[in-house]
Design a protein around this ligand. Structure first.
Ligand SMILES: *Cc1c(COP(=O)(O)O)cnc(C)c1O
Length: 394
């Protein structure tokens, strides 16, 4: 049902046309939202032979196919298919379950999204899958961590909360030489700013809850895969009974259409605010790979084509009271988890709660910001008010 024009188009244009075929649905611009479980067969013969374009709601509807097609299209030519799941974390667990099992060993970056680690230490450990965490800056040196049973290398760049960049092509080369597959959590850059399959990744994961949804109103996740890994992904996804509610698929598809323009704005405003923050006397350093001063900038420039609106900073040494005064004085920044919506957010975090392979030793408290679609000058003025409140406590 989903048909894409067969001519070269830029990514922004592809997002508009992918997964749509208006003439197959009475000319309506958007694919219909099928609320569905049972699919009826016209005859007993058809039912016995399972002869039908669709089998059952869980196995996919035209709405599912439209969203899968649009997501795969966003990845470029090397994408073999996509699966949809009810959250970003479900995308991570599904992708891992598709390629690792009892007796296998996997390598995971120490900068991974914390619930990914919790899945490995909980479900995977119980299943007999052993995880080793590695320094995100390891590069081609990752070869020394391989065991005969290493099946997977999991990368995430920039790192969750701490924003280390990883040399993904170098890591992927070693992994492939040793017969392992590379899984990536690509939620930060999205396929618009990092073409995972062109850089050696075999399965790419997005928390669609973030920039695909874009409005802080859905939980959604997806995994796209290349030809090498898609059959295993599709099989595991089907066996586990995963599917997404039709209205959330509709919102994800709607979010996709505006994702390129939203990301451009998140990037531009994010950099403006990050630069302003980097120049503040209260700030020790800003962790944002698109800043020239960032240690990961060279890799970012080589491999990525853009940045989103999420970054962190390290404050100079100060007590909690000063940080809380800053945060409590902000009126345009909500304090809450998740990100990728139209609104700005701030949280305080501490990587020491979970890191095991690397040392996290900031000089002062650390904050993570999501820069939303507000005018960045208003955000800067709000942050300035926060610093005034901070000064009042020092
Ligand atoms: C939020 C997030 C996830 C998980 O997404 P949910 O939809 O909240 O389950 C995974 N990876 C990264 C990097 C995230 O920020």
């Amino acid at each position: 049902m989903a048909k894409t024009p067969q001519k070269p188009l830029k990514a922004e244009t592809r997002l508009i046309v992918a997964g749509r075929d208006p003439q197959s649905q009475f000319g309506f611009v958007n694919p219909p939202v099928y609320h569905a479980s049972t699919v009826l067969y016209p005859t007993a013969e058809d039912q016995v032979a399972h002869r039908s374009r669709y089998q059952y709601g869980r196995r996919g509807t035209p709405t599912t196919e439209a969203l899968e097609a649009a997501l795969c299209d966003m990845e470029g030519a090397n994408c073999a298919g996509a699966v949809l799941v009810p959250s970003g974390l479900a995308a991570i667990s599904t992708a891992l379950m598709a390629v690792a099992g009892s007796g296998d060993h996997i390598l995971i970056t120490d900068s991974v999204y914390r619930p990914t680690r919790n899945f490995c230490e909980g479900v995977f450990k119980r299943m007999g899958v052993e995880a080793t965490y590695y320094d995100p800056l390891i590069g081609a040196d990752i070869g020394r961590l391989f065991k005969p049973n290493t099946k997977v290398v999991f990368v995430e760049a920039p790192g969750s909360q701490s924003f280390e960049m990883q040399d993904i092509p170098a890591i992927a080369k070693v992994a492939h030489d040793k017969g392992a597959v590379v899984l990536m959590d690509n939620t930060w850059a999205t396929p618009l700013y990092f073409k995972a399959f062109d850089k050696g990744v075999d399965m790419s994961i997005q928390a669609g809850t973030k920039y695909i949804g874009g409005h802080s109103d859905i939980m959604f996740g997806c995994v796209t895969a290349n030809a090498r890994t898609f059959p295993a992904l599709k099989e595991t996804h089907g066996l586990m009974g995963l599917c997404v509610g039709p209205d959330d698929m509709f919102l994800a598809l709607r979010g996709l259409r505006t994702m390129a323009v939203r990301l451009k704005q998140h990037q531009e405003a994010g950099l403006k605010v990050a630069r302003w923050l980097a120049a503040r006397p209260e700030v020790a350093r800003v962790m944002h790979p698109a800043l020239e001063s960032d240690p990961g900038h060279t890799i970012w420039k080589r491999d990525f084509t853009g940045a989103s609106g999420l970054f962190s900073l390290e404050l100079k040494p100060m007590n909690e009271k000063a940080v809380y005064a800053f945060m409590n004085a902000l009126q345009l920044f909500g304090m809450g988890f998740s990100w990728g919506g139209f609104e700005s957010l701030v949280i305080i975090f501490d990587c020491n709660e979970y890191r095991t392979a690397t040392k996290w030793a900031p000089s002062g408290p650390t904050l993570r910001f999501h820069i939303g679609l507000e005018d960045p000058d208003d955000l800067i003025a709000d942050l300035d008010d926060g610093f005034k409140a901070m000064a009042g406590t020092l």
